[in-house]
Design a protein around this ligand. Structure first.
Ligand code: FMN
Length: 336
């Protein structure tokens, strides 16, 4: 199989522009990035939230970053598309996957999946006017994994630049397992270039998923996507182990270098966030959120997490991180 195309999934509150830029300075292997979702694009031009660093082309690579929107309003999506295009972006992505009840109960994110008529009306209007690539990220459904069956024929009517499917339902949030078999069964029914997302946490799980999806193609009546699926979006797995994309590409380095590189990354991200926040201890929240994933790279995640989670002063955080990386036994990351 040819080299996989790997993207870094968006995480609201974690993978913002400073994160993406620091990540790129320290790790390789990722071909494409997405912004966490934007909402509230009120103005025809220069919407306030499209002026900041999160989307400013001087702070982002417009060739490899796709801005994402959470909306069900075709006019808002078109406003977003127009402004992103003016900034130099080549594609936007629509979030039809967010599972949080606050969002989904308003028929946004994956809350839109039980309503194929709404999806159809929205896409008809969007594709009347859009002049930039348009992709969708979705789940199997909100309440039930069958919901996607009514949505796929609608997606197939439009030239989506890609369809990213995270094979869980909204009601699961991020619990349970991604249903790789169901993803596989859908492949021949999907016209758009397809991206798999979910539970890629190690090279081993990547290979297993890649094999499951591509071995013995489904013999269903679908006629699309007979080629192997070779695009994957990494999520919590790469937040936990930032070497994951390099490892998938077999770009391995030895353990001591890894500990050093991980340490340098964590410091760089913290210092960058601190600079952006004018030295405010607010950065601790963001760093802790990353550590809630990163701890899984360590031999004793719970020991690491207990140390980090109770911290509420910058100095304390700095000392704890130094101690973690000094303590050989605790800090020897276990990458598989
Ligand atoms: C805290 C959090 C924030 C997220 N924010 C976004 C987001 O803004 N847009 C999006 O499309 N997905 C978002 N996701 C979903 C992830 O991008 C990804 O699809 C999900 O974690 C499943 O992949 P995984 O099993 O590999 O982690 C978020 C997930 C979490 C846990």
């Amino acid at each position: 199989m040819s080299e996989p195309f790997l993207s870094l999934g968006p995480f609201q509150g974690i993978t913002d522009a400073p994160f993406r830029n620091v990540f790129k300075r320290h790790f390789g292997g990722i071909d494409k990035f997405y912004t966490p979702f934007f909402t509230g694009i009120h103005k025809e031009e220069h919407a306030k939230n499209l002026q900041g660093e999160e989307i400013d082309p001087r702070c982002n690579d417009v060739e490899t970053l796709t801005p994402q929107i959470l909306s069900t309003d075709a006019e808002e999506i078109l406003r977003f598309a127009k402004q992103c295009k003016a900034l130099g972006y080549k594609e936007i992505n629509l979030n039809m996957g967010c599972p949080f009840p606050r969002v989904a109960n308003k028929k946004r994110g994956c809350g839109l999946l039980p309503y194929p008529d709404m999806v159809e009306a929205m896409l008809e209007r969007v594709f009347e006017e859009i002049d930039i690539k348009f992709s969708v990220k979705c789940r199997l459904g909100y309440y039930s994994p069958e919901e996607i069956e009514a949505i796929l024929p609608i997606f197939n009517r439009f030239p989506l630049s890609e369809l990213i499917i995270h094979p869980r339902i909204g009601k699961q949030l991020y619990k349970g397992e991604a249903d790789v078999e169901r993803f596989k069964a859908l492949i021949p029914y999907i016209n758009a270039p397809l991206v798999y997302n979910g539970d890629i946490v190690s090279v081993k799980s990547f290979r297993r998923i890649q094999k499951t999806i591509n071995n013995n193609p489904s013999t269903g009546s679908g006629t699309f996507n007979r080629q192997p699926v070779n695009q994957y979006m990494l999520g919590r797995g790469i937040l936990a182990n930032p070497f994951l994309a390099e490892d998938i590409r077999r770009d391995a380095s030895n353990a001591s270098e890894r500990t050093k590189r991980l340490h340098a990354y964590v410091i760089d991200l913290y210092e960058d966030r601190l600079r952006h926040a004018g030295g405010s201890p607010k950065v601790l929240g963001r760093m802790k959120e990353l550590w809630s994933y990163l701890m899984n790279s360590f031999e004793e995640p719970q020991v690491v997490w207990r140390k980090i989670k109770k911290i509420n002063a910058l100095r304390e955080y700095e000392e704890a991180v130094e101690e973690l990386f000094r303590n050989e036994c605790l800090s020897l990351p276990v990458f598989s």
